[in-house]
Ligand binder design. Structure first.
Ligand code: ATP
Length: 364
């Protein structure tokens, strides 16, 4: 296993910059997820690690060794692709054993090793089949087996679960988590599914428009999102963001917005600085930190009911503040909620997040 380092890596395609001056350091044995919306530069970053793309500028190091211009086969990495990229004319045994064949291992030895890995992944009984003769989940495990058959320094995953149905996806995610605990592999895993990143990663790099906007543990990203973009991307449903007018009143921070009743908050230097730049702030509250309250109570937000979805152990209650500015509460109850036309949601000020007018978190 080995570390992976990006030093000021930029990748442009003509005029367009897909990855912009990105630097990070992934330690040996870490499982890092590159998370972000479509087109933010995740796959391009992964392909540069693999050697399938060359950076326009910057340096890439694997295990401390410069690999920026090294051929993919000389990097000792294994990659699992979204579409599995299995060889259609080869049976599973040959598909899985392929990396060993390329490295010149004798046929008996490489088939024995392939069978061993396939057994662990519960596809050992399918070795004679062609990829077209097995299910999507089995193809996914075949592609995983092929990546694991040879001990690589770094394992790269490009949305490997996205072609699976919801149930298989959860099962495969649990399996990957188990594998990581077992092997302690260094892995970089591209996904746009925040739940997948939260479940698998030791650290998550959240990307937006070619930049890394936050690189931290899943808990840190969840509890202290660096920007409104991260707050809105991580969590299901995501954090509620309410635009507010902030002002200093009698040494405290007073916040105003339609339907919002909130006690003044303690002032800090950071809040003072944000206010000096602009009185327009954003208040964030996670859905699980909202409950149902009486109208008129403090630390509440009131608006007409938009939706009341019973999910079994919880209900999602959404109110609509107009202009599609909705606020959703996750209420942990399996009872049907009988709600009036206008609903008041309560929160505790210790659970609120504040962002400045540029969307940057204001530290507590
Ligand atoms: P997705 O989740 O949709 O795969 P991504 O975050 O992985 O998205 P990339 O595939 O890294 O995004 O692409 C980043 C941007 O670079 C996109 O706007 C894409 O259109 C562009 N891009 C990627 N490869 C090329 C290429 N070979 N030529 C031109 N533009 C490219």
């Amino acid at each position: 296993m080995a570390s992976v380092e990006f030093k000021n890596v930029t990748k442009s395609f003509g005029e367009f910059t897909a990855v912009s001056d990105v630097s990070f350091d992934i330690a040996d044995g870490e499982f890092v997820c590159l998370l972000g919306p479509s087109g933010c530069g995740k796959t391009t970053s992964l392909r540069m690690m693999a050697g399938l793309e060359t950076p326009t500028s910057g340096h890439i190091l694997i295990g401390g060794q410069e690999v920026t211009h090294l051929h993919p086969k000389d990097r000792n990495i294994a990659m699992v692709f979204q579409d599995y990229a299995l060889y259609p004319h080869m049976n599973l045994a040959d598909n899985i054993a392929y990396p060993l064949k390329v490295r010149g291992e004798p046929v008996a030895q490489r088939h024995a090793r392939a069978k061993q890995v396939a057994d662990v992944l519960k596809i050992g009984h399918l070795m004679d089949r062609l990829p077209s003769q097995i299910s999507g989940g089995q193809q996914q495990r075949t592609s995983l087996a092929r990546a694991l058959v040879y001990p690589a320094k770094v394992y790269l995953f490009d949305e490997p679960l996205s072609n699976l149905d919801a149930k298989l996806r959860l099962e495969a995610r649990g399996f990957l988590n188990h594998l990581q605990r077992d092997m302690g592999m260094t892995a970089v895993y591209v996904t746009h599914d925040q739940a997948e990143a939260m479940a698998l990663a030791t650290r998550i790099a959240v990307m937006d428009q070619g930049h890394i906007v936050q690189f931290a543990s899943p808990i840190e990203i969840y509890r202290r999102p660096a920007t409104t973009f991260v707050a809105n991307f991580v969590g299901n449903p995501p954090m509620n963001l309410v635009e507010v007018e902030g002002a200093q009143v009698e040494g405290k921070l007073a916040l105003k917005a339609e339907g919002l009743a909130i006690a003044a908050l303690a002032m800090t230097d950071a809040i003072g600085k944000a206010l000096a730049a602009s009185g327009k702030l954003t208040l964030g509250v996670r859905p699980e930190h909202l409950g149902i309250a009486q109208t008129g109570a403090t630390n509440t937000i009131t608006a007409p009911l938009f939706a009341n979805e019973n999910m079994g152990p919880e209900s999602l209650v959404t109110i609509d503040r107009g202009d599609s500015a909705r606020v959703t509460a996750r209420i942990f109850t399996d009872d049907h909620l009988d709600l009036s036309k206008v609903v008041t949601l309560r929160f505790s000020t210790e659970h609120v997040h504040l962002f400045d007018s540029t969307g940057k978190r204001i530290p507590a």
